[in-house]
Design a protein around this ligand. Structure first.
Ligand SMILES: NC(=O)c1ccc[n+]([C@@H]2O[C@H](COP(=O)([O-])OP(=O)(O)OC[C@H]3O[C@@H](n4cnc5c(N)ncnc54)[C@H](O)[C@@H]3O)[C@@H](O)[C@H]2O)c1
Length: 473
């Protein structure tokens, strides 16, 4: 019947994706399992483990009806016909390929668990982002026993973006399903096509060979990140030449061949995927001896680091070459708006640099403060001990942005939350130390208005607006 779906991994991808499948396919029973009991408990509570607009409503509609969250992985494997693998695939931190390759241990462990507990044949779907040709390794693990149980491996990478996951899942640009080009492979592919066909128009469901599908996900993320790095390189040139990066981006983006999206200059990209997936692509290219190709893509990550360093240098230079003892407020800590996720957030790197400069750091964010606390604790544990002892009390987390800004010397916008566009900057300015600085790492504020209020304003890729007489000369 193929009506029992299991998802292994209840994270940012597993939870929302399965909630959508459960909502669109009420005749399927969807169970999401995870090794982390706290995460499963949160999925079963009123406080879901992740923030995503529209997610609460979707889970409320489906949970207990045909969507279930559980820690019973073995029972889940026995009961299901279709398994989505949504475990994490972080960058390897040890051994060969450390800092570049994907750590596939969670994925391999999952395959071995499936093999151990399956009592019937199943379709196993890679939804995690994996290096091209991982399906071969999974197939080899799964099909190593000669007991009549067969596993068909499909690749179905997830393209949703955090912050708009529910919209993206409901109305995806495309759904990609890769399969072995055999009779069995195509049959399994059809089962998954049928599930998505419940709500995704046929022409947006792409069926390809399995290697193209695995590789396309890495390439899609590399292309998206490349656009951000490209415009960020131009922001540096704009700052030297009095060109305005927003004007340049509009002029370039209006060319239909280029398009306007992902051309906002900023402090740089973050999130759990872009950097990890590009580095993985770079590593794969190097293992095939394609060093020129690897160097090209590696530069996308290098430029992202460069942009963050540039931002700190701009702050340092603007604030008279010392940040020591100055109170700096970070507006936003999430890696993007509408999420509480802070993985690889540029704010982490900026906070680290500020602490190294002996600044006092105040963090505010509408959703990400719990994760920011964990990130900062980990920064302190890896930073010089005397520094962490002396600076430990000098990090604060404050919900209310007005309160956070009180007695600060500077505000730095780290996340493009809509909230920050709408604040009363006059009130904020009045409560700050003078001269008051504003570093807009997302170019979202009305810079002229902020300048007129009294701030010294430093956007990205635009001429700063300051009240220092010698600057105007
Ligand atoms: N976050 C995104 O925006 C996004 C988008 C597209 C694709 N992806 C990819 O999807 C995958 C998952 O990403 P995520 O952000 O959901 O990660 P995540 O860390 O939020 O979730 C992964 C979950 O898998 C669980 N897990 C690990 N090993 C397990 C095992 N053996 N059995 C049961 N559970 C196990 C972990 O406990 C964790 O809860 C990654 O490969 C990622 O690259 C992520």
């Amino acid at each position: 019947m193929n009506k029992n779906i299991l998802c292994i991994g209840a994270g940012y991808v597993g939870g929302p994706t399965m909630a959508m499948i459960a909502a669109k396919c009420p005749d399927y029973r969807v169970t999401v399992v995870d090794v982390n009991p706290a995460r499963i408990a949160a999925w079963n509570s009123d406080h879901l483990p992740i923030y995503e607009p529209g997610l609460d409503e979707l889970v409320r509609k489906t949970r207990g009806r045909n969507l279930f969250f559980s820690t019973e992985i073995e029972a889940g494997i026995r009961a299901c016909d279709i398994i989505f693998v949504c475990v994490n695939t972080p960058t390897k931190t040890f051994g060969s390929g450390a800092g570049m390759a994907s750590n596939l241990q969670y994925c391999e462990k999952t395959a071995r668990q499936i093999l151990e507990h399956a009592e019937t044949s199943k379709i196993v779907i890679e939804k995690s982002t994996l290096p091209v040709r991982t399906a071969l390794a999974i197939e080899r693990i799964l099909n190593c026993q000669d007991n009549g149980i067969c596993f068909d491996v499909l690749s179905n990478p997830e393209f949703m973006a955090e912050g708009s996951a529910i919209k993206d899942l409901e109305n995806p640009d495309r759904v990609l399903i890769g399969a072995r080009q055999t009779e069995r492979g195509r049959k399994a592919q059809t089962v998954l096509v049928d599930i998505y066909s419940r709500w995704v128009p046929q022409e947006r469901i792409l069926t390809t060979n399995i290697w193209s599908s695995e590789l396309s996900k890495l390439v899609a993320n590399a292309f998206l990140a490349q656009r951000i790095s490209s415009i960020n390189t131009i922001s540096a040139l704009c700052e030297k030449t009095d060109a305005n990066v927003s004007e340049v981006a509009s002029a370039v983006g209006m060319d239909g061949r280029v398009g306007p999206k992902f051309l906002n200059a900023s402090i740089g990209f973050g999130g759990s995927c872009f950097k990890k997936d590009i580095l993985n692509l770079v590593y794969i290219c190097r293992t095939y001896g394609l060093d020129d190709v690897a160097d090209y893509w590696e530069s996308v990550v290098r430029i992202n680091d460069y942009q963050q360093k540039r931002f700190i240098l701009t702050m340092l230079k603007a604030m008279f070459n010392t940040l020591a003892g100055k109170r700096i407020c970070l507006f936003g800590f999430a890696f993007k708006a509408n999420t509480g996720d802070t993985r690889e957030s540029p704010a982490i790197a900026i906070a680290r640099c500020l602490l190294e400069e002996h600044a006092e750091v105040v963090i505010t964010d509408p959703q990400a403060l719990p994760n920011a606390r964990l990130d900062l604790a980990s920064i302190m544990s890896t930073t010089d001990v005397t520094l962490s002892q002396s600076r430990g009390s000098l990090i604060s987390f404050i919900d209310d942005p007005y309160e956070a800004a009180v007695s600060c010397d500077a505000i730095t916008v780290m996340t493009e939350w809509e909230l920050y566009r709408t604040l009363n900057y006059e009130r904020i300015y009045n409560a700050m130390n003078k001269p008051a600085f504003l570093f807009d790492g997302r170019n979202i504020l009305d810079h002229r208005r902020c300048y007129e209020i009294g701030f010294n304003v430093y956007p990205i890729g635009k001429t700063p607006m300051t009240h220092f007489i010698d600057d105007a000369e």
